[in-house]
Design a protein around this ligand. Structure first.
Ligand code: KIV
Ligand code: ZN
Length: 420
């Protein structure tokens, strides 16, 4: 990322090159909506749902689909296998613990994909090693080496994730990553499993791994950030600034607990701030909102209206000052266009905080033209209605305008001039 703006701390000339770093280099997106996203409480997806989402993810242009955790259930195995066989475009992977049984299950599920990948994870924080696994550091090192070497006998592309890296001893993390690289891992994915890191710390961790581990210049670095402190997108961007060239995330920020980095947020940060970051991607961002709606519908997890990029309010303006601005020039209050993300367009929402410009704009849109006197009456009546409702919809506005015109007609001459 040599040409990223130094003022943003994004350029990082002193770290070894772990991935294509030339200006114009690309950040890949690894979508785990169907695995980590499906682990969101209440988000369970069935085979047909998963196939629909996977096809839409391919249309969105993600680089990798993590389709599930094949060893977890026969149903998930089948879903991963069907996606591997039927969805073309992205690389397809499934998750495995560092055991031969799990790795065999992933291999069997993804082997028919055009480009299969086996994703192996192993805990590396002392808390996980002792409390969760009941193991010690040396055993984790040995099991990681064995698992990656075994996975490589089955598949050329193998990703290793040191789970809970964000809370691990960085030197030990590097030892485990070294073993994985030495045994043939082609992607090293650093997860902040519990969403614990601050962006600066996470960026520093990625730099440490890239500096200390031999062979990282031939290895793609990926990041996987959870959102427990609301920092998943910021941490993913810090990882990219430190040289990561793949981001794992979920549509709508789904995922365990508070979720994973939202793919729509990370990619739009790259797009909107491209003059600073100088990084490309392969996504067709106009598919972001359709993908978000499909995932919302099939998981039943409703997207907050104020959710960045894909929320229903992301391009809606309700206050008079803002409405006046966007009616003159959308860019006064919008840093991206609705069309770029597949949303309906700038929306002017009529509320009690709206101004006359917005009312006139909306009347125009529903084809109502009023004399100055009628407009004034309509404005007064609109404010009365708006004060007692959340938003004034087109049908209500048409009724207000009609009532005003009827009163005007009943009152006597001075008919409202009509067009034509
Ligand atoms: O959060 C995490 O650590 C994971 C790994 C399995 C990548 O989801
Ligand atoms: Zn995760």
């Amino acid at each position: 990322m040599t040409s990223a703006a130094p003022s943003q701390g994004a350029a990082d000339a002193d770290v070894p090159r772990g991935a294509p770093d030339a200006p114009g280099s690309v950040v890949e997106f690894f979508d785990t909506t169907l695995r980590d996203g499906e682990q969101s409480p209440g988000a369970t997806l069935h085979l047909a749902d998963k196939l629909l989402i996977a096809r839409q993810l391919a249309r969105l242009g993600v680089d990798v689909i993590e389709a599930g955790f094949p060893a977890s259930s026969p149903g998930d195995f089948e879903a991963v296998q069907r996606i591997a066989r039927e969805v073309s475009g992205p690389q397809v992977t499934g998750l495995a613990r560092a055991t031969h049984g799990d790795i065999d299950a992933v291999h069997a599920a993804v082997r028919d994909a055009a480009r299969p990948l086996i994703h192996v994870f192993m805990s590396v924080s002392d808390l996980h090693i002792t409390s969760k696994l009941g193991l010690d550091r040396q055993t984790v090192l040995e099991r990681t080496g064995d698992a990656i070497a075994y996975a490589r006998t089955l598949c050329e592309a193998v990703e290793f994730s040191p789970e809970d890296a964000g809370r691990a001893d960085p030197d030990y993390l590097c030892e485990v990553v070294q073993i994985a690289v030495d045994n043939g891992a082609s992607v090293i994915n650093i997860p902040d499993t519990t969403g614990y890191c601050l962006p600066e710390e996470f960026g520093a961790l990625i730099r440490t791994v890239r500096r200390q581990v031999r062979g990282m210049e031939r290895t793609l670095v990926s990041v996987h950030c959870h959102d427990d402190l609301g920092l998943a997108t910021a941490n993913s961007l810090a990882g990219i600034a430190a040289g990561a060239r793949r981001v794992e995330g979920c549509i709508n920020g789904l995922g365990e607990r508070a979720g994973n980095a939202a793919i729509e947020e990370v990619v739009m940060a790259l797009r909107v701030r491209r003059p600073v970051l100088h990084l490309g991607d392969h996504l067709h961002t106009e598919e972001l909102v359709p993908t978000s709606r499909l995932v919302e519908q099939l998981t039943g997890i409703v997207v907050a209206p104020n959710k960045p990029v894909v929320g229903r309010n992301a391009f809606a303006h309700a206050s008079g000052v803002h409405q006046h601005g966007v009616l003159r020039d959308r860019r006064t209050y919008e840093i991206m266009s609705a069309a770029d993300v597949g949303a309906d367009g700038t929306q002017i929402v009529l509320t009690a905080r709206s101004g006359r410009h917005a009312l006139r704009h909306r009347l125009d849109r529903i084809g109502v033209q009023l004399s100055p006197e009628s407009f004034q009456r309509c404005w007064e009546r609109f404010l009365e209605v708006a004060d007692s409702s959340k938003a004034v919809e087109d049908a209500t506005l048409a009724e207000i305008a009609l009532a005003v015109e009827r009163d005007q007609a009943a009152a006597g001459p001075a008919p409202t001039p009509l067009p034509g």
